[in-house]
Design a protein around this ligand. Structure first.
Ligand code: GDP
Ligand code: MG
Ligand code: ZN
Length: 308
């Protein structure tokens, strides 16, 4: 006896593919219904929102070695921006943009620093927000990612292992370089080399593309760079005068920043007022004793106001 079977044809899926969505970070085409780019794992909502609202998005490259204090700084920055602190008014775009702030503030409120950032691209925190600033209340859509420091090393050693890193360096409209003031003061400069290599990669990527090179060398609207000296609570000299501190303790890095980016500025920042130690499973762990942010909004505010 013949049995009839119903077999649905999923041809509508092919129709969906016919109108692909271009990733805002790496420009690869994706399925319109996808959540993340299949190449760089950036959220596709960045592209969707830019297209829907017909607004360009400025990419801010956040670079620095592992443990430089990127996650603590960026998480605290988003928390302060969301509280309408100072002259910047910020709106988060896309549901994923809350994760960085959420994980950082949850950890700090429980008496811990945020966990070490995972290297897995699927777990990278992306922030897409609209910032209103300046006397004319100009709106800027800004996107940045909080990569683990190891991703930068891996991408340098094995190009293509973190496509989002290279795409961001090639397209960024502003740069934030993080350096640990405590390590700089004690003469430890290993971390500087990672940032120096990343800055050189930014120049290389921009010189490759004719249009980018023109924008890059446009001296009337140069790409701004903020050198953020983190953990300034541990080094009063840095908190008092970050520029002199950078000249004295990070001269190679600071000179390279200025040489490549005519519009550069140095800032001192700290998330906590002081740090203590706790024994966890026989290991001494650093814990924040007082959450007392200083100089968090200033570097980001300066970058946004100076976006080309
Ligand atoms: N004293 C002090 N230590 C900090 C501060 N921010 C971060 N740290 C320390 O630096 C470590 C690494 O910070 P994290 O933000 O994870 O660095 P990342 O690897 O660059 O993201 C933390 O676990 C803390 O021990 C700060 O503002 N002050
Ligand atoms: Mg981190
Ligand atoms: Zn992509």
């Amino acid at each position: 006896m013949a049995t009839l079977t119903r077999l649905p044809l999923d041809t509508y899926l092919l129709a969906g593919q016919a109108a692909p969505l271009e990733c805002a970070i790496c420009q690869h085409e994706n399925r319109v219904s996808a959540e993340m780019c299949h190449v760089c794992a950036a959220p596709l909502s960045i592209a969707r929102i830019s297209i829907e609202e017909k607004r360009p998005t400025s990419i801010v490259a956040c670079i620095g070695a592992s443990s430089a204090g990127k996650t603590a700084y960026l998480g605290m920055l988003m928390d302060m921006l969301m509280r309408d602190s100072g002259s910047l008014r910020t709106t988060l775009l896309g549901p994923h943009s809350i994760s960085l702030q959420q994980s950082t503030t949850t950890a700090l409120a429980a008496g811990w620093y945020p966990d070490k950032t995972l290297r897995d691209p699927e777990h990278t925190c992306w922030v897409h927000c609209r910032v209103e600033c300046g006397r004319r209340r100009r709106h800027n859509d800004v996107v940045f990612a909080d990569f683990a420091g190891d991703c930068f090393i891996e991408e340098l050693e094995h190009p293509g292992s973190y496509p989002a890193v290279r795409s961001i360096l090639g397209k960024c409209a502003a740069v934030m370089v993080f350096a640990d003031a405590q390590r700089l003061q004690s003469g430890e400069h290993d971390d500087d080399y990672i940032s120096l290599k990343m800055l050189s990669l930014i120049s290389e990527q921009n010189n490759k593309d004719k249009k980018r090179k023109k924008a890059w060398t446009n001296r009337s609207k140069p790409t701004p760079l903020a050198l953020v000296l983190t953990k300034a609570d541990t080094t009063p000299a840095c908190a008092d005068d970050p520029l002199t501190f950078a000249e004295n303790h990070a001269s190679a890095l600071w000179q390279d920043c200025q040489r490549r980016f005519p519009k550069s500025n140095v800032f001192a920042a700290s998330v906590t007022g002081s740090t203590g130690y706790k024994l966890v499973g026989g290991r001494r762990c650093r814990v924040p004793l007082r959450v007392e942010p200083h100089g968090i909004v200033e570097p980001f505010g300066w970058l946004v106001e100076n976006l080309p």
